[in-house]
Each structure stands twice: as C-alpha cells, then as structure tokens.
Design a protein around this ligand. Structure first.
Ligand code: NAP
Ligand code: ZN
Length: 351
C-alpha cells in the first residue's frame, strides 16, 4: 500500500518547478508519518533542480528543511506520537553499521540516504523531499523540536543550521576563537548567529555593500568587504576558523592570509575544482588547512536544536506560498534573501 502525496517537482533542469502527485510508502513498523507544515528553501534545492552537480534524476521534489506534525506512527515507534512537532533534515536513512554511523556521523556513511534523490535501501524507491504535504521517515532520522522554537524559523536549522554548527563544533569554536563567515545568505546568517552564541568573536566577509546593519544584528562584530584590498589586509593572520558558504567557484587565495597559524578554512558551499590555482605558501608557512564539511549527523542535529531551544535561536525567514518557489529561486541567485525562504505548506492544498 502507498499513500498519494501532493508536491512541487522539477522535471527538467531548464523548467520551472510545477505541481506533481506521487506515491510514498505506508508506514513501516519503525516509521513516522508527518504532515509537513513548513519547508525551508536551500540553495542545494536550486542546484539539484537545475542539475548543477550533474547527478539529478527527474522528476525531483526538493526540500530538506522540513517541519511538521506527526499524524501516525508504526507499531515499533517509541519516541514520537501523533501531534508531536518534528523535523527532518537532509538524511532519512543510512547503513547503520559502518564506523561513521557508529560515531553518529551518518552524513559520512557510504549508504546514507538523502531526503530527496536518494534510494530507499529496503524497497529501492527514490526518495522525494519536503516541497510536499506528507513524508514518511524512520523514527531514527526524525528530530524533536523544542517547545519554545517558532516552527517557521526552526525549519532552516535542519540544513543551514546544522551545516554551520557541525564545523563550528568540530573545530571547537568558543569564547577564545575568532571565526569568520564568507557570504551572508541562508547558511551564512545561521553561522553568524551560532558562532556568536558559542562566544566567538565573529566577522563577516561579504561581496555585498548594504548588508552591514543586518550582519551586526545577526551577530557579526566586524564586517569585511571581500573586494576591498585594504579591508582584507587589515584582518591578516586573524581567524582560527573561516566558514565559506559561497555556492559557486571563487578565488580562495585572498582568504588564506587572513587565517591565523593552525587556522582552517572550511568549505561548505562550493563543490568542484578550484580556480584560479590555490597558492599553498600561506598554508605551509603557518600550518593552515583548507577543509570541507557536510551537514551533520542526527545526534549532532538534535544537539543543535536543543542548543537553539535554550538560546532562543531561529532563522530569519521570509514565508512564501508554494506557488512562489520559482520566483524565490531567482531571488536566491541574486542574493536577495533575508535570510531564508520558508514555504508555508498550507498553501499547497489551498489553491
Ligand atoms: P544562499 O542563501 O544563496 O547564500 C549564498 C551567499 O553566498 C550569498 O548570499 C552571497 O553572500 C554569497 N555569494 C558569493 N558569491 C556568490 C555568487 N556568485 N552567487 C550567489 N551568492 C554568492 O545559499 P545557501 O543556501 O546559504 O547555500 C550556500 C551553499 O552551501 C550552496 O552551494 C549550497 O548548496 C551549499 N550547502 C552545503 C551544505 C553542506 O552540507 N556542505 C549544506 C547546505 C547547503 P554575500 O552577498 O554576502 O556575498
Ligand atoms: Zn540544504
């Protein structure tokens, strides 16, 4: 048996997203059935819809910042009951046996199943994401949402939040560290908030004049215009950690001199070859690293949600109806987002 679900899908790299009806499985014993209330719009949804990474198969229903309410549970589910507010991020399953899974870092499991465009390891069907009214997920991959968090603002924590939280934690950002963030979009604004809440001194690198006031409100102590050489020179040797959220190829060479000795620049935005060449001299002379990082594990995502519950942290969101998704994608390409679009899924059935 399957359940019929309504959503929005991309059917071709050059076509707008449009309504679709598709099937999801009925709940298996360990599954939670969730009515989706909100879904954040991540730049990865846009990359996937337009096949920027070359691995999209169509039709694809994007969306991996999912907030909803439990409507039913399988007989073995112990942690959730109907009515609970819950979240689903970028992962819906993993092999559950490898070293990565054993250490709670399911995102690095070879058998990790992504929320959309993945393959269910039991029935081999393709997974489809949160631009839809219902989803069925094994309870192990369902997150609890702390009571005090606004549900709309909590949705982006499930990707933008955890993707920046994980490197902040891995590289031990805290009150003695100086953290910089490159790019003020969905990931960038969460990075500012989280780094600040962890006690770090926080700097934003941005291409955009005019984001200064927002950046300060979001937690930045300093703002550096990345195109202005004098401003870049003024922060030479400064940062222990730089989180780079820029989605497209860009020159990393101007940033490496701004790292302190032993500092790390971690790429979370761009996937692919670097251009122009990367000058290793600043790395060799001061033991600096260039690294990458992928979302975060389930346990770490729950830790982030609980931290946000304690500190009252949510994303700054612009709520949109489902029908406006194609306009939202175009605005995202122009960096015209303050600072995350979130789809109100009630609009999917209303029209
Ligand atoms: P976003 O909201 O569009 O923000 C990207 C920001 O990067 C922009 O606001 C802009 O900030 C800056 N930027 C610099 N050069 C740009 C360019 N050529 N075009 C557009 N923006 C540019 O995107 P996001 O949702 O934060 O996602 C950022 C990237 O992270 C995407 O590539 C996404 O796929 C990736 N991602 C990775 C993971 C992971 O696990 N590693 C998870 C989620 C998303 P300024 O105006 O301040 O310069
Ligand atoms: Zn994402």
């Amino acid at each position: 048996m399957t359940m019929n679900v309504l959503g929005y899908a991309a059917t071709h790299a050059k076509e707008d997203l449009a309504p679709i009806r598709f099937e999801r499985r009925d709940a298996r014993p360990d599954d939670v059935v969730i009515e989706i209330l909100y879904c954040g719009v991540c730049h990865s949804d846009l990359h996937t819809a337009r096949n920027d990474w070359g691995w999209t198969t169509y039709p694809i229903v994007p969306g991996h910042e999912i907030i909803g309410r439990v409507v039913a549970v399988g007989r073995d589910v112990t942690r959730f009951k109907p009515g609970d507010p819950v979240g689903v991020g970028c992962l819906v399953d993993s092999c559950r046996q490898c070293d990565a899974c054993a250490s709670g870092e399911e995102q690095y499991c070879d058998g990790a199943t992504y929320t959309y465009g993945g393959e269910d390891r039991h029935d081999h069907t393709k997974t489809q994401g949160g631009y839809s009214n219902k989803i069925v997920v094994s309870e192990t991959f369902v997150l609890r949402i702390p009571d005090r968090l606004d549900l709309k603002g909590a949705a982006p924590l499930l990707c933008a939040g955890i993707t920046t939280w994980s490197p902040l934690r891995h590289w031990k950002a805290g009150k003695d560290s100086r953290v910089a963030v490159v790019g003020l979009g969905g990931l960038g604004h969460m990075a500012l908030k989280l780094a600040k809440a962890l006690g770090a001194e926080v700097t934003l690198f941005t291409r955009s004049k005019g984001k200064e006031q927002d950046a300060r409100r979001l937690g930045a102590d300093h703002i550096v215009l990345s195109g202005v050489e004098a401003q870049m020179a003024a922060v030479r040797g400064r940062f222990n950690l730089i989180i780079d959220t820029v989605p497209y190829v860009h020159d990393l060479n101007p940033y490496l001199p701004t790292l302190a000795m032993d500092g790390t620049l971690v790429l979370v935005g761009y996937l692919g070859g670097l251009e122009p060449f990367l000058n290793t001299t600043p790395m060799v002379l001061r033991r600096k690293s260039v690294a990458g990082s992928l979302i975060g594990g389930i346990q770490e995502t729950q830790e982030l949600l609980d931290f946000c519950g304690q500190h009252g942290i949510t994303s700054d969101v612009e709520v949109i109806p489902m029908q406006d998704i194609n306009v939202a994608f175009e605005r995202m390409l122009k960096s015209d987002v303050k600072y995350r679009f979130v789809i109100d899924m009630a609009t999917l059935k209303a029209r």
